[in-house]
Design a protein around this ligand. Structure first.
Ligand code: CUA
Length: 376
């Protein structure tokens, strides 16, 4: 469930990046609260040190201090008051956390794959970008992220979002940009020699400008690419669409609970589908316990797995309807266009410049990030 956040226009704190997402003001407000509490108690301690030093100084050389008994009132107060303050921080922080890490269902979906040392993006419509991400202003955007190699972290300071990107796992972020412009994105987890160069830009555009940019690329949707993979890898010989084959039917599966042959139940989400492709024997569907599906580990890249997931998702399921038009266009992508899917970035399907043509960006030269960076 999505916790709605009220709109918040807070003056920017000194030394903080600009606020360019709906969540940014809320994060800053919590920080301001923490800073004010810290300032208040630090000042209180300093003032009390001086006050007590004077008030309780030794007045005679042979003075004996009065014995101090405990005070129940004092002890209760300095336990209960800090507890209540800590709980306000906790509840505020927890509600922000839920808002930050539960993507809304009606969000635009973008796949993100981290790689030493670049960020690869693929839009639902099929467009790919490297180290640059185009999004429309005022729209919710959900990032489904993983990595081909080591742990990276995706962070956009102006949006106040950040998440680790972990091998073998999907992590999610979402944001809604509140103004157009270019905002720096960073890798914020040390990931090797060129970690510091693993940066890029989020380009926030007007919706019309964004649509123009989107339509400038000729490329297949991830779902259509996934469907081709599904055929070329031979998945379709067991997972049939109309009749029950040797494997479970996949239509309408996405997002639904699945009963397993060990009595457990899982939700058929991205992580489960990924696991079923790479380690099919881990969680076998009830009734298919004796079927030995081969593992596709090593045969598909992370990007291809995301495309397969997009395809299975496009076959329907509880969440399929909520993705709206995007879900509909997935199925209709013309088959036969383009060659086989590639593990890398096909230059003709990649655009990073809304104005220029479809000039391919350098993608091979991963260790010259400056070369990947678009002109400012
Ligand atoms: Cu990727 Cu640091």
């Amino acid at each position: 469930m999505q916790i709605p956040l009220p709109k918040l226009d807070l003056p920017r704190l000194p030394f903080t990046p600009e606020q360019a997402s709906t969540i940014a003001g809320h994060v800053d407000a919590l920080y301001l609260y923490l800073i004010l509490i810290t300032l208040f108690f630090s000042s209180l301690v300093v003032v009390l040190i001086f006050y007590f030093a004077v008030r309780y100084r030794r007045r005679a050389a042979d003075e004996l201090p009065r014995p101090v008994e405990g005070s129940l009132v004092l002890e209760t107060l300095w336990t209960v008051i800090p507890l209540m303050i800590a709980m306000t921080i906790f509840t505020w922080g927890a509600s922000l956390y839920f808002a930050l890490y539960r993507p809304p269902r009606d969000a635009i979906e973008i796949f993100v794959v981290g790689k030493q040392w670049m960020w690869k993006f693929q839009h639902t419509e099929g467009l790919r970008e490297i180290n640059e991400l185009h999004v429309p202003v005022g729209a919710k955007v959900k990032l489904t992220m993983t990595t081909e190699d080591v742990i990276h972290a995706f962070a956009v300071p102006a949006f106040r979002i950040r998440s680790d990107v972990v091998p073998g796992r999907y992590t999610y972020l979402w944001f809604e940009a509140t103004r157009t412009g270019r905002f720096h994105l960073f890798c914020t987890e040390y990931c090797g020699t060129n970690h510091s160069g693993m940066t890029g830009w989020v380009v926030v555009q007007d919706p019309t400008e964004y649509q123009a940019w989107l339509s400038g690329g000729t490329s297949e949707s991830p779902a259509a690419q996934g469907e081709k993979l599904f055929q070329s890898l031979g998945c379709a010989s067991c997972h049939k669409m109309d009749v029950q084959g040797r494997g479970p039917m996949l239509a309408g599966l996405f997002g639904k609970p699945q009963k397993l042959d060990n009595g457990q139940e899982v939700v058929a989400d991205e992580a489960y589908i990924r696991e079923s492709i790479l380690d099919p024997q881990n969680k076998r569907v009830l009734g298919f316990g004796s079927v030995l599906m081969p593992s596709f580990r090593g045969q598909v890249t992370e990007e291809q797995i995301l495309q397969l997931i997009a395809y299975i998702r496009s076959l329907g399921g509880p969440q399929g309807g909520t993705t709206g038009g995007a879900g509909g266009t997935m199925n209709t992508a013309a088959p036969g266009a383009g060659g086989g899917t590639t593990s890398g970035i096909a230059p003709d399907t990649q655009r990073s410049n809304p104005v220029g043509g479809t000039a391919p960006q350098r993608t091979q030269n991963a260790n010259t990030p400056a070369g990947n960076r678009p002109p400012r």
